[in-house]
Design a protein around this ligand. Structure first.
Ligand code: NAD
Length: 484
């Protein structure tokens, strides 16, 4: 099946930090794929602005190299690459000074959609917003896109929000959480709200518990110094896992509009109960055959920062009263996988004689690898021998079900940038959501800092510390296997 590509309107997209790692690895290769698919209209322009002194030809070469390094099979399409490079421009700029701003002002057109992507350290967000305003480059229709981390606590997030709000309306601000751009995450909403099957069961009468796992095989090497000031709670839970939790737990919005969806997500965050410290397990990976320990990676032999966290949360509302939400994320785990699993309750009574096993329906939403959804159902094992029951997955891997090769499913960044141009904020975090998430996170972090909590060790390549397994075991539950 060939997907339908609807071109967006002409635009100027300015990428501050256009020479950085994120721009070269994700943003530009993603934009190239959208260009090649025909989604970028004639007259779309991408202007990179960064600190390096470089001319346009130099930047075009940098991006040609980046496409070769980070692109998939589209990197062989030399014709398309040449046309895409034509769309690119570059101007050196100093976010904190005067240099380059007049030049940028003369490059950005006033009569097309303007988007400014802040792919720079958050400490520069305020400077960029201020200068876009002072040099009259932006207008009240311009959009700005900001990257994570959005603060490191409630206070810093509020300050960042204010520095943007001084010059831009909330309707112009697109806070990226690339998890929201994943195909499966949007499908989660389609499955919940586009089918009659699930919503009646989506509550504490039928759901035993929910598990959200984001496991990575990589360590923190390379960004150890940054990570050591952050940890899994700030780096992953406060944003990505929280967003997934919101989408799985929220009430149906009245329509699929940006504020309707975000209002419902906000209610979930506000209904989260403080977590009992006994229901939090923090961990740090040990050295393994293929890598150093967390403390070596972080170059901090006395670090108490967690590279793994598991916790049990509760949402204090009618729908979810008594249903645990188990969250878990970590580095150097045994496989790279992200999934949400809705584990339904056991049958109250089995009519099948000799059937001792607990059969459970589980709806698993896989974000990676092989984005898709599978529903575990119980059926009769084929063949003679009576009514023997067996649990099988009804697997809907999108690539198979919809006939797309995996590389044809747009990457989260591509989708989100096109949403910015379309002016759709549904898949972006609103300022109050981010603040509410920090308001829930801050006391938990303060709690373990005050207690001088020491993270548990876990083997690199494992499923995390033993205590995390016990978090569920002691309640007669079990984490789903972390499979690649
Ligand atoms: P980077 O250090 O590789 O690049 C930083 C960019 O900012 C460069 O282009 C540099 O020229 C520019 N810059 C720095 N100081 C400047 C100044 N004073 N004036 C103008 N330009 C300046 O960083 P990155 O990894 O590309 O990250 C960019 C942003 O994206 C950060 O906020 C980061 O937290 C976020 N982010 C990055 C990733 C990733 O995978 N790299 C993932 C998620 C979020």
């Amino acid at each position: 099946m060939v997907s339908r590509v609807i071109p967006v309107d002409p635009f100027d997209l300015v990428i501050f930090g256009g020479t950085g790692d994120l721009a070269r690895r994700k943003i530009l290769p993603g934009l190239f794929r959208r260009f090649r698919s025909g989604q970028m209209p004639e007259g779309a322009r991408i202007i990179a602005a960064a600190r390096s002194e470089m001319d346009r030809a130099g930047y075009q070469q940098m991006i040609a190299d980046a496409i070769q390094e980070f692109g998939a099979e589209e990197k062989n399409d030399k014709d398309a690459i040449a046309k895409f490079l034509d769309v690119l421009d570059y101007t050196p700029i100093d976010a904190k000074g005067k240099d380059g701003w007049a030049a940028l002002a003369s490059m950005v057109r006033k009569d097309v959609i303007q988007a400014f992507y802040f792919s720079v350290a958050p400490s520069l967000f305020g400077d960029l917003a201020q200068r876009l305003h002072d040099y009259k480059i932006s207008n009240d229709q311009s959009r700005i896109v900001v990257e994570k981390p959005f603060g490191r606590d409630l206070e810093t997030a509020k300050a960042l929000n204010k520095s943007l709000a001084d010059h831009f309306d909330e309707k112009q601000i697109y806070r990226i959480d690339h998890y929201l751009g994943k195909e499966t995450v949007q499908n989660l909403m389609a499955v919940r709200f586009g089918n009659v099957l699930f919503e009646p069961l989506w509550n504490n009468h039928y759901v035993d518990h929910i598990q959200i796992t984001v496991a990575e095989t990589v360590g923190v090497g390379g960004r150890g110094a940054y990570y050591d000031r952050s940890g899994a709670m700030r780096d992953m839970v406060q944003n990505h896992l929280m967003q997934l939790l919101c989408l799985i737990a929220m009430e149906p919005p009245s329509q699929f509009g940006a504020d309707e969806v975000r209002d419902e997500k906000l209610k979930v965050i506000r209904a989260l109960k403080p977590v009992d410290p006994h229901h939090i397990v923090r961990g740090q990976y040990d050295a393994g055959p293929d890598g150093p320990s967390y403390r070596e990676d972080a170059e901090n032999p006395r670090s108490f920062t967690e590279s793994f966290i598991a916790m049990k949360c509760h949402i204090d509302n009618w729908r979810w009263a008594g249903v645990p939400f188990y969250l878990r994320t970590g580095k150097r785990m045994k496989a790279r996988t992200s999934e949400i699993a809705v584990v339904f309750k056991d049958l109250g009574h089995s009519i099948f004689e000799g059937d001792e096993k607990r059969h459970r329906n589980i709806l698993a939403i896989r974000l990676q690898p092989n984005e898709g959804i599978d529903l575990q159902v119980t059926i009769k094992e084929p063949g003679p021998g009576g009514m023997r029951l067996v649990d099988v997955p009804l697997d809907m891997t999108f690539a198979d079900a919809l006939g797309h090769a995996e590389h044809e499913v747009p990457d989260a960044y591509e989708r989100l940038i096109m949403d910015v141009i379309r002016g759709s904020q549904t898949l972006f975090m609103r300022g109050d959501e981010v603040e509410a998430a920090w308001a829930w996170t801050d006391p938990l972090i303060q709690g373990w800092e005050e207690r001088n909590d020491v993270p548990k060790h876990y083997d690199a390549g494992s499923s995390g510390p033993e205590d995390a397994l016990m978090l569920l075991h002691r309640e007669g539950r079990k984490w789903r296997d972390i499979k690649g």
